[in-house]
Design a protein around this ligand. Structure first.
Ligand code: PLP
Length: 363
């Protein structure tokens, strides 16, 4: 064990990282213009393509920045006229505000926190104006809602084939089953400290060729946020245009081998089992889930504090057992609590955590 007093993280990111991947970072440094770096970075990209089942019509960029960078990338590369931003919690609101901060024309279609964004509502809103981009969050980490991004993609692309469809899948990609092609998405992104079960510092963007072509027509893309620059550098050299976090890339490479071995569908099944068990535990003990029924996340379960317990006190007791979960987000602190069961956790681990809660609460 590297850290004897480590609290096991049941928060929705950062999550537990297996020791072998932590240690993978401790390899000696290399230059990012060396052939061995090209091998590493190209290898990671190929593994990601395999995992997400994408072909030549998608580009994949692993960026040295947390997931939020992709909100700026969206704003600076994919919108020439007006965007529609669907919000249903704090992180989808962050995307909306980021687009506003990029001085773009953007409308918000707002769902109450805990409710999901539906295709019909999106289609209605899209018919109101000449939008050329749509942003949706797949897994709203602040509420534990999973949005039907596949159904939205299908409905939207049928009527608006040229719209840039952007999905924030920061806290679900790599855990839930999400295939870019099935979602008909133009940009989908995630951070490594969530379902990838790695340290923070990297994010992954999967970009349709249409999005890359559209970015070429847009000026003011910046440098670190220049989608064309990122994709072109990869095409030309299979490297990154600026110095990447090489140590984190070692860890990603090592974790991707493990993810490919387990398989995308098996990983998703493991996450579904954990979410389903948690929901049945909630019901058994007279509590309720916070998200709208049928739209519960499989990576983070948000539970209404129906038993009126002190959630901060629960976390203090859990800490004595080297465990930690999350209180409700922002305005929901104390009103609900969140269990992040993503990354490496399995059903037996969830059962153990819930057993500890039962003991502490005397359920
Ligand atoms: N989007 C969602 C859904 C998130 O859960 C988070 C972080 O928790 C973010 C965006 C921001 O990601 P990052 O902190 O990696 O920038």
């Amino acid at each position: 064990m590297i850290h004897m007093t480590h609290k096991r993280l049941w928060i929705p990111g950062p999550v537990e990282v297996d020791e072998q991947h932590l240690l993978a970072q401790a390899k000696p440094m290399m230059g990012h213009r060396e052939a061995r770096f090209t091998d590493l970075y190209k290898g990671i990209t190929e593994k990601l393509k395999l995992f997400f089942e994408v072909g030549e019509d998608y580009h994949i960029i692993t960026h040295t920045a947390s997931g939020t960078i992709w909100m700026d990338i969206t704003g600076r590369n994919l919108i020439s006229n007006k965007a529609l931003s669907a919000t249903c919690g704090s992180f989808s609101e962050r995307m909306f505000k980021t687009l506003q901060n990029c001085d773009l024309n953007v409308d918000q279609i707002k769902e109450e926190w805990g409710k999901a964004t539906k295709p019909e509502a999106i289609l209605d809103a899209l018919s109101e104006d000449d939008y050329d981009a749509l942003t949706v969050v797949h897994n709203e980490t602040s509420t534990g809602v999973k949005n039907p991004t596949e159904a939205i993609g299908k409905a939207v692309k049928e009527e608006h084939p040229d719209i840039m469809y952007v999905i924030d899948a920061v806290s679900s990609l790599g855990g839930d089953l999400i295939l870019p092609e099935e979602n008909q998405v133009d940009l989908i992104f995630a951070s490594t400290q969530k379902a990838f079960a790695l340290p923070p510092g990297l994010s992954i963007g999967i970009i349709s060729d249409e999005a890359y072509q559209k970015a070429k027509t847009i000026s003011g893309r910046g440098r670190y946020t220049d989608l064309v620059g990122l994709v072109d550098y990869y095409k030309k050299k299979q490297q990154t245009p600026s110095t990447p976090a090489v140590s984190l890339l070692y860890a990603l490479d090592s974790r991707l081998d493990e993810m490919l071995e387990e398989g995308h569908r098996n990983i998703a099944k493991r996450h579904e089992e954990m979410a389903k068990y948690t929901r049945s535990w909630v019901e058994k003990h007279g509590m309720e889930m916070f998200p709208e029924k049928g739209y519960e996340s499989v990576t983070v379960s948000t539970i209404l504090n129906s038993l009126d317990k002190d959630i901060s006190a629960l976390n203090q007791e859990l800490a004595k057992r080297n465990l930690m979960l999350s209180n409700g987000y922002g305005p929901f602190k104390g009103k609900n609590f969140r269990i992040g069961h993503m990354g490496l956790w399995s059903l037996s681990d969830v059962k153990e955590l819930l057993w500890h809660i039962e003991e502490i609460w005397d359920l």
